[in-house]
Design a binder for this molecule. Sequence first.
Ligand code: FMN
Ligand code: SF4
Length: 518
Amino acid sequence: MTVRIHVPRDAGAVAVGADEVARALWAAADRSNEAVEIVRTGSRGLYWLEPMVEVATAQGRIAFGPVTPGDAPSVFEAMRTGAAHPLKLGIVDEIPWLKRQTRLTFARCGVVDPRSVADYRAHGGYEGLVRALERGSDAILAEVTASSLRGRGGAGFPTGLKWKTVAQTGADQKYIVCNADEGDSGTFADRMIMEGDPFVVIEGMTIAGVAVGATKGYIYIRSEYPHAIAAMEAAIAAAREDGALGPDVCRSGRAFDIEVRVGAGAYVCGEETALLESIEGRRGIVRAKPPLPAHRGLFGKPTVINNVLSFAAVPFILARGAEAYAAFGMGRSRGTMPIQLAGNVKRGGLFEVAFGITLGELVDDVGGGTASGRPVRAVQVGGPLGAYFPRALFDTPFDYEAFAARDGLIGHGGIVVFDDTVDMAKQARFAFAFCALESCGKCTPCRIGSTRGVETVDRIRAGERAADNVALLEDLCQTMKFGSLCALGGFTPYPVMSALKHFPEDFGAAPPRRQAAE
Ligand SMILES: Cc1cc2nc3c(=O)[nH]c(=O)nc-3n(C[C@H](O)[C@H](O)[C@H](O)COP(=O)(O)O)c2cc1C
Ligand code: SF4
């Protein structure tokens, strides 16, 4: 019988030696007389256990990790014979960290061969598209709207409403754009799904095309993601070959095709209108709205632009129904969120779970606290524009409205953990410095304000007229929040003000608040 081994080809696993482990397993297999097949999959998202390799058995897949090339001969022997091994983690699906998750979007990631359409179909892939093609535009729009899916890129805008707007806008050509710029610090879910289950993204985009009447899609990926680019290119070619993309999608008579566009990696190019400028071949500068991209987007045509995870959620919704998706979650945050745990955390990785889990559960329980073993002092949620939360707010449930009520945001679901050695005034300075570096320069509050912010924090840290400068900082944050054209300048105050509010001791001796001088 063939020994079937799975080794991730995910960039995170490759970075810690998955390619070398695959080669060492091949060498060990060569020395045995066993028939062996090694399938390169995506990652399961348990990054502290990577490279995590699996062997298929009658009981299910058995995992080993973290494996080094030196471990490969003994791991291979344990795989072949079923013997005990110190790196044996047991049946993958029974690993508590995985078992506790609700994997709707990431169900196939780490399971299937990301280069094989056949494997994708064998695991339920394309059921959503088949149903979508049978039922047509209105039914798709109704289903996505009923699922209450909200955009996973950051703003949480209702996906069904966005699609409906494009569907109702008349034009000779419409576009579907997938935002895979993934610039938020501590986030990697887009990369993971593109590398581990690229067909689910393609399927989601194709369903969007059918829903709104678009025949062409673009996926915009940053150049720092070469593995994801390769995975998407290979999957698009395979889908074309299969007939799932091209002039006659799944023999429906409808056309839809996708092109990959590679961005140079500016944070602002993740902002939807700057992204459209970049695809059109110009510098990534934010466009004033209106017009909305849904009315006049790419090349001036009505455009659906969604995050990778928004598209990747859609096939499940079409295949299993809106109710099955909306049954998870809380309040107006329905379904699941692929949460990414990063920074100084013991168990970093991808944890997909229904909305409603608390921040404390995620950090302490799921993440296991800090990697350094020191107490957690702060976590930043939602990328570089997200607020810092102190332990006192760890009862906040993961929910768009609950985070907003505490002056925070969920963003793309990234959580970056810091221990008690963090200097929060330095983090506030970093927020401004990041904004200054990444600003597209179109509007003054962001372009100038970010640099003035760095200078003001520097003065506070140096103890120069601290109370006056704190008042000035607050005033500057108000100006940036309400005067900026996009969320880069508009949300930079969140990390700054949350650091000041929750950790005043880091800004000097909790200076008293005053109005800025006129
Ligand atoms: C500065 C800035 C950077 C952004 N970066 C990203 C990004 O990397 N990925 C993303 O999907 N959305 C990003 N967004 C949000 C997009 O503008 C847009 O809201 C999103 O792509 C819409 O898709 P969704 O509705 O599926 O979330 C960014 C927004 C801003 C202001
Ligand atoms: S807020 Fe910053 S990034 Fe956004 S448009 Fe203004 S200058 Fe550009």
